[in-house]
Design a protein around this ligand. Structure first.
Ligand code: GAR
Length: 193
């Protein structure tokens, strides 16, 4: 069985979309895969409750309890590795990861970022796209490398930027697409690993 571990920091709507797809598409039978655990770096991450309701194991590794990134990443890695993951999925996980952590999961660590990478790595992607006068925006699923919001692109979705868009309106339009492309990209990758 290929175990998927999903890391979240907040709402976890992308995580929920992946869990839904796994249930509806019967990934256990079709892909020999399952969402084994959802881990958050914040105890108040709303997605934890969603995961529990779906019967998925949850854990919290609170970054505030650690002196530096290295010790936090080591504790996070230990928690993830309890599940012997085939794939580690970052879904709104708002932490910069150390090179050692990224190397440990090389080829089996993916992320979704709310921009059309390589444009707009980092934060405030929607406002920056609006400010630049972009006609389109979107989201990118990519392999994670030590460089923030870089790595081989696995999937992208494009949405229009409409006249008068606010960052929130654009974010909501992009998020709808994230929920489509992320489960699809995860399933495609699971067929290859
Ligand atoms: C999503 O829009 C995701 O692309 C973004 O955070 C949101 C999480 O929503 N991720 C990043 O900005 C990573 N740098 P969710 O918790 O509802 O899935």
């Amino acid at each position: 069985m290929k175990n998927i571990v999903i890391l979240i920091s907040g709402t976890g709507s992308n995580m929920a979309a992946i869990v839904r797809a796994a249930q509806r598409q019967d990934w256990t039978r079709r892909l020999d895969a399952r969402v084994a655990a959802v881990i958050a770096n914040r105890p108040d991450a709303r997605g934890l409750q969603t995961a529990r309701e779906a019967g998925i194991a949850t854990a919290v590794v609170d970054h505030k309890g650690f002196a530096d990134r290295e010790t936090f990443d080591a504790a996070l890695q230990a928690e993830i590795d309890r599940h012997a993951p085939a794939l580690v999925v970052l879904a709104g996980f708002m932490r910069i990861l150390t090179p050692g952590f990224v190397a440990h999961y090389a080829g089996r660590l993916i992320n979704i970022h709310p921009s059309l990478l390589p444009a707009f790595p980092g934060l405030h992607t929607h406002q920056r796209a609006i400010d630049e006068g972009c006609r389109v925006a979107g989201a990118t699923v990519h392999q994670v490398t030590a460089e923030l919001d870089h790595g081989h692109i696995l999937a992208q979705a494009v949405v229009p930027v409409l006249a008068g868009d606010t960052a929130d309106a654009l974010a909501a339009r992009v998020l709808t697409q994230e929920h489509l492309i992320y489960p699809r990209a995860v399933a495609e990758l699971l067929q290859k690993i």
